[in-house]
Design a protein around this ligand. Structure first.
Ligand SMILES: Nc1ncnc2c1ncn2[C@@H]1O[C@H](COP(=O)(O)OP(=O)(O)OP(=O)(O)O)[C@@H](O)[C@H]1O
Ligand SMILES: [Mg+2]
Length: 279
């Protein structure tokens, strides 16, 4: 991978606390900082407006996050008085993988589309954009979160379990091959977000996740209802345009089988069912 280097780009290992405080929701005279929330009580900006900002906002590259194995950039977006931070993952910066083609950005977007169709709002708004500094890539709303928390700390909290259950079900549907604990973020409103959804939708079963606490549990009826609705309405049109037919069919098959089972699956392949690293 050779990406152009920008001298002005600042390098970030982990987002410093100062970066986080500057993105908390603040209303200034000239701009409203964008915050997306699942609950109507917290919601300030409708998702459609968020998506437009991600898709069309004027972009400024702020830095590269070195924690990812792919090239991952923090960008500032601005449009019509709205500002937001986002995570940009260019196709050019993807580390080649033996089992996935270089199109993880499409899969990042696909995970958002399926989550949206299910009505779960666990994946931050995500778009695909070509007019970015390093070309085509996914642009996902940056979710400020408490880095002390990850899946293994959250699962102990009963209030968070329903959200984690939905992430568990989503990962089975999209066949997530890399659900690390640290890719479940907890925001200030107690909402859990699932990030890094690129290794998904493979036609072979590749579920690798840390979320096995629900194994054998009955799938809650609300989740069953949403899965059935997805099957009834069909997969989102945009997903149909970006995934291979065999991947689309496999997605429907996993959804049907999960519904039919009525229970969350158990770990089948011992260590092969876990991602590396775990957090
Ligand atoms: N939407 C988001 N909101 C907040 N932080 C994010 C978001 N997306 C990514 N990050 C941050 O960027 C880091 C790297 O992103 P990501 O994990 O998606 O990249 P990756 O190259 O696939 O990483 P990995 O090698 O861990 O799979 C994450 O660990 C997280 O700290
Ligand atoms: Mg990853």
């Amino acid at each position: 991978m050779s990406l152009p280097q920008l001298n002005s780009v600042l390098t970030i290992n982990r987002l410093p606390a100062s970066a986080c405080s500057s993105i908390t929701f603040k209303q200034t005279t000239d701009a409203v900082s964008l915050h997306v929330s699942k609950s109507a009580a917290h919601s300030e900006i409708p998702t459609e407006q968020t998506l437009r900002l991600l898709l069309e906002g004027e972009t400024q590259l702020r830095g590269r996050l070195l924690s990812g194995s792919n090239a991952v950039y923090l960008v500032d977006l601005q449009m019509n008085g709205l500002i937001a931070k986002a995570i940009y993952k260019p196709v050019l910066g993807e580390r080649p993988l033996w089992d996935f083609p270089p199109d993880l950005s499409y899969r990042e977007r696909g995970a958002f589309l399926v989550d949206k169709a299910l009505g779960w709002n666990v994946v931050p708004p995500t778009v695909l954009r070509k007019d970015m500094p390093f070309g085509l890539g996914s642009v996902q709303l940056f979710m400020p979160s408490d880095h002390k928390h990850h899946y293994f700390t959250m699962i102990a909290n009963d209030h968070l379990r329903p959200q984690l259950e939905r992430i568990c079900a989503l990962d089975i549907v999209i066949n997530n091959a890399d659900r690390k604990a640290g890719h479940c973020l907890l925001d200030d409103n107690g909402e859990v977000w699932a990030i890094d959804n690129g290794l998904t939708f493979h036609h072979d079963l590749k579920l690798r996740t840390v979320i096995w606490d629900f194994a054998n549990n009955k799938i809650p009826s609300s989740i069953q209802h949403d899965l059935q609705r997805l099957l009834d309405s069909g997969l989102p049109d945009q997903l149909k345009r970006t995934l291979a037919p065999v991947e689309l069919e496999a997605t429907l098959k996993r959804t049907r089988e999960l519904l039919l089972a009525g229970h969350f699956p158990t770990m089948s392949r011992s260590l092969g069912s876990l991602p590396w690293s775990l957090v």
